[in-house]
Design a protein around this ligand. Sequence first.
Ligand SMILES: NC(=O)c1ccc[n+]([C@@H]2O[C@H](COP(=O)([O-])OP(=O)(O)OC[C@H]3O[C@@H](n4cnc5c(N)ncnc54)[C@H](OP(=O)(O)O)[C@@H]3O)[C@@H](O)[C@H]2O)c1
Length: 292
Amino acid sequence: MLLKGKNVVITGSGRGIGKAIAVACAKEGANVGLTSRTLGELNSTKKEIEELGSRVKIVVKPADITKFEEVEKAFKEFNNELGLLNGVIANAGYSRMWTTHEFINEKFAEILNINVLGVFYTFKAAYPCMKKDDKKDKARFIITGSEAYPNAPSKLTAYVATKYAVVGMQKAMATEYKRENINFSMVLPTQVDTSLLRGKKAGDGSKPEHVLNPWDLNDYYIFLLTENANRINNGLIFSYDFQEVKKVLTEAPSGKKENWEVFKDYFKERAPKSYDNVKDYGKLVDFIISRS
Ligand SMILES: NC(=O)c1ccc[n+]([C@@H]2O[C@H](COP(=O)([O-])OP(=O)(O)OC[C@H]3O[C@@H](n4cnc5c(N)ncnc54)[C@H](OP(=O)(O)O)[C@@H]3O)[C@@H](O)[C@H]2O)c1
């Protein structure tokens, strides 16, 4: 188990990507703190983890990520019940689609509040409870970004603004907390089969092929929480490029797919654009190979 005894809090863990991360962390032996606004959904994540038969601690604390007092209270309780936190995943998010001049003002503000202010509140509330005394295994603050950075799809102006904003926030914080044994990184997914993308159709078995399942991202988050990622700070893990890695690995002949060293030239030839976003994360490719 890769995260045995670690304490990880995941925001937005009632459904979708956050739920998949929480289950994956618990499978790897981490104690988990679950938060979002909907208690029933958080309890269903808790139940799914309990059904795995693992003995990890699961702490559920509902909070609205846009209300600092609620977020601060939840983190104090996570700290009391779990101990110091090794990892915090700022994953809660929201989006709506309209042409920009028709965007409803309140909805624009709500998206900014959840996706930007929510990440700030998460970090501010988590900071006092993060384990900052271990140079060899630093605390991790991981943000769920999006391919909206840098692709900027139309009719998603508010969402795009937020996903650009968190890239900048991460860069600033990665420098600011460099000496405090906290690493920052971000997973930037393409489209994923969740209610954010597909509403009530999420998980109905009819997703388009290019749309990922929430659990397809688990390897990226787990890797970032392990000691293998101890030196990654201000990391940007674009899921598109690592899904390319997985695809090319299935086609690679033996002798070219055993580790990053032997795979990298083969991958560069077949996916030159993805190579640029992957080349600094050879350890993640090795991790993917070890899990396949
Ligand atoms: N799905 C995609 O295609 C996709 C692609 C790229 C990036 N992402 C990112 O992935 C992250 C997770 O989204 P998802 O796709 O898994 O969507 P989702 O299934 O709708 O889950 C979103 C989670 O965020 C929580 N949340 C929303 N507003 C909140 C608030 N005010 N306070 C506390 N929690 C709140 C939701 O719970 P409550 O509503 O109960 O509070 C829910 O648990 C987001 O940051 C999103 O931008 C998604």
